[in-house]
Design a protein around this ligand. Structure first.
Ligand code: ADP
Ligand code: MG
Length: 692
């Protein structure tokens, strides 16, 4: 019988139970096998009372020496149990008269529970117990698994179902094929799949419980490895699928690029040049580029993107530049227009808010090729936007862009019969091994150098009781001719409330600092308004800019040397790091003040401490990863990476090199099994990749 069958095929599983199982993502019988225990109980031996320790669970057997109802603050039944090595109390707060009568002096009782230090010495509250008659029942052969459960579905039921699945597996082991070939299993020293599953559902009495609890047993690692392998294979499959399409070869003469560079007020860093070489080599090929450019805030990714865009334009193609938010997109639009229009290149703008005739005009310009470069939000990739000849798509801030969208891009170039090159840029510095796994479909370039003249930002955490002191600090900085930012963080995901708070802050600061010119930008202002305020700040007309986190990206005012971030505990570490990257761009020492609202949780304290002690984006990201986990940091919820069943990108990071090596070996030696592995672990999700 097949393990793909729905769980309802098992004895005693009806619709109601199937629904509960579905909540645990158990749909097919095989899913039961991959539903692994959270932890184990040891009921394989009887522990002498004398060796019992508080805080541990154990099976104990002894003779009742006394039983009485205690009338304290809470009435309870106290049963004294002795076994020759010591004495233990069982305590029941809820009990029936019948129960009370069971515990006659001299009766033998076997029980299981957690020992704790109580008023009578060691006690077990509400143990599971049974009376032992003449013949003692045997103890369990295996450790008892405790599974992730759900309301209305308790352990014994779940355990029985998993036992049924294991029984089926024993009868038909071929129903769960070992897809990783024996040669590779040997080379990478992997236990067998079925062996690993059995071990985890029914560990022997001497199994190392601590290793299991840490998720580091070879059986667990074998399964985690297979899951990570499946994810990596699916990403590589996406890559292969995209790269079977043709792309325009953009060799270009470099003429436009050269003109652009002479127009820049600075020369490129070594790192920028190296990354541009890497991009240039990709663009020359008639295979779609899939490249992730990673660079800390302020490392100069936008110039790199502009150079790639110029290669596309020089090659007679259009380029699209997409940012995740309208504000960021707008900043890019302004930047690209000021760079490219002097070169005679038309830059278009498209966002969700653009409506009516303006939208129609832009779409027409995109369709007939007049708009050589288009900057915008996700709106760029909607179905009704048709490019004449899209050669390059630049996506800023990769971590908010999923694999599905990447695939969807394929269709955008279709009008010209070609798939566009893809250049993805992120400031989230992902540790390399993780990047290789999470983005196995992308090549990686790193801008690991900041432009010269940057000074490290001194970061301090200050409680908001010292607000007036902080305001004095702004007064002093501005008196010396510097400028400052005051950043208001998001209030419970409500943009409206956040903008309101920013308005109030602007008012109170205007009162406190009457001699300063204070501006305000937030997400609810019109584009033109925002633009005016930003320009005024750039030109130095404004001393202080109150802003919501919209300035996280794109703003560049070297004279700004002080940033106050209110309620920094609301933001992720990497985001805070990006924010403070807005200062420290000039020659003077810069400061970032994290104005928190006490009391801080231990966790928040630790996080702000990291920011204070570290200015390196990579290190911040490493810590962020430790504290928040990869799902949050990479924003992988949408790419599906965070939804792994068994593997944990953080805990299993040391497996990632092996995963990459194994994936490569497998694609060489047994490419046919890749789809089966992907299907096993990603199921329908893989199907969705496939349809695009
Ligand atoms: P990010 O990588 O965070 O997107 P930007 O592209 O916004 O960084 O660049 C930050 C600032 O540094 C911009 O003002 C940009 O013009 C400037 N910049 C970029 N490259 C260089 C360079 N090689 N030398 C000096 N300044 C540079
Ligand atoms: Mg940027």
């Amino acid at each position: 019988m097949s393990l793909d069958a729905p769980v309802t095929e098992l004895a005693g599983v009806g619709e109601a139970l199937a629904l509960k199982l579905a909540r645990l993502r158990i749909v097919q019988i095989a899913d039961l096998l991959f539903h692994l225990p959270l932890r184990y109980q040891d009921r394989t031996r009887i522990t002498p009372i004398g060796t019992l320790r508080a805080g541990t669970e154990a099976v104990v057997e002894g003779e009742v020496s006394a039983a009485e109802v205690i009338r304290g603050r809470r009435r309870s039944l106290l049963v004294r149990l002795k076994d020759g090595s010591g004495i233990l109390s069982l305590r029941f707060f809820h009990f029936s008269p019948a129960q009370q009568q069971q515990f006659v002096k001299g009766v033998q009782v076997r029980c299981f529970g957690e020992a704790r230090a109580g008023s009578t010495g060691l006690e077990i509250y509400h143990p599971e117990y049974r009376l032992v008659q003449s013949e003692a029942p045997p103890v369990d052969e295996h450790l008892t698994p405790i599974y992730p459960a759900t309301e209305g579905l308790a352990q014994p039921r779940l355990r029985a179902l998993i036992q049924q699945a294991l029984k089926r597996l024993a009868e038909a082991p071929d129903a769960l094929p070992e897809w990783i070939p024996a040669t590779l299993r040997q080379r990478f020293r992997l236990p067998g799949l079925i062996e690993a599953l059995r071990y985890l559902h029914e560990p022997p009495p001497d199994a190392p419980q601590e290793v299991l609890a840490a998720g580091r047993h070879p059986a667990q690692r074998r399964l985690a490895l297979e899951e990570l392998l499946a994810h990596q294979l699916s990403l590589r499959q996406v890559r292969l699928r995209i790269q079977t399409d043709g792309a325009p070869g953009l060799a270009g003469s470099g003429h436009l690029q050269a003109r652009f560079l002479t127009q820049l007020p600075f020369s490129l860093t070594q790192a920028q040049r190296r990354v541009l070489d890497e991009i240039g080599r990709d663009l020359e090929r008639e295979v779609p580029m899939l490249r992730l450019v990673q660079g800390d805030v302020g490392s100069g990714k936008t110039v790199v993107a502009a150079m790639a865009v110029l290669a596309a334009v020089a090659g007679g193609c259009q380029a699209a530049v997409m940012a995740p938010t309208e504000i960021l997109a707008e900043q890019h639009f302004r930047q690209f227009r000021s760079w490219l229009e002097p070169l005679g290149i038309e830059v278009g703008w498209l966002a969700g808010k653009l409506k009516g005739k303006a939208r129609g005009d832009t779409k027409a310009a995109i369709a007939d090729g007049r708009a050589q470069v288009v900057v915008g939000t996700h709106a760029l990739f909607q179905d009704d936007v048709i490019f004449q000849r899209l050669g390059l798509a630049v996506i800023d801030e990769q971590h908010r862009f999923g694999v599905h969208q990447r695939l969807a891009l394929r269709q955008k170039g279709e009008n010209g019969g070609l798939t566009p090159h893809q250049l993805i840029m992120t400031a989230t510095p992902i540790p390399r091994t993780l990047a290789m796994s999470a983005y196995a479909d992308l090549d990686l370039s790193v801008i690991d150098e900041l432009p010269p003249g940057r000074t490290p930002v001194h970061t301090v955490a200050v409680p908001d009781e010292r607000r007036t002191e902080v305001i004095e600090r702004i007064r002093n900085a501005c008196a010396e001719g510097r400028q400052a930012y005051w950043v208001c963080t998001l209030i419970e995901e409500s943009e409206a409330l956040t903008c309101q708070a920013a308005e109030v802050t602007r008012e109170t600061l205007t009162e406190a600092l009457p001699e300063l010119q204070i501006g305000l930008v937030h997400g609810r202002m019109k584009a033109a308004e925002k633009g005016e305020v930003m320009d005024a700040f750039k030109s130095g007309e404004l001393d202080l800019l109150v802003a919501t986190t919209v300035i996280e990206v794109g703003v560049d005012v070297p004279n700004a040397s002080l940033m106050i971030i209110e309620n920094p505990e609301r933001l992720g570490l990497s985001q805070l790091h990006q924010l403070r990257g807005r200062v420290g761009r000039g020659r003077v020492d810069s400061y970032c003040v994290l104005l928190y609202h006490p009391p801080l949780s231990h966790h928040s304290r630790e996080r702000l401490g990291i920011l204070r002690d570290t200015t390196d984006g990579f290190k911040v990201a490493e810590k962020d990863l430790e504290l928040r986990g990869p799902g949050e940091v990479l924003g992988t919820r949408q790419t599906g990476l965070a939804q792994m069943k068994i593997a944990d990108l953080e805990r299993d990071r040391d497996l990632l090199d092996t995963v990459t090596a194994l994936a490569t070996a497998l694609l060489e030696e047994a490419p046919d099994v890749a789809p089966a592995l992907i299907q096993r672990w990603l199921g329908d999700e893989a199907g969705r990749y496939g349809q695009v």
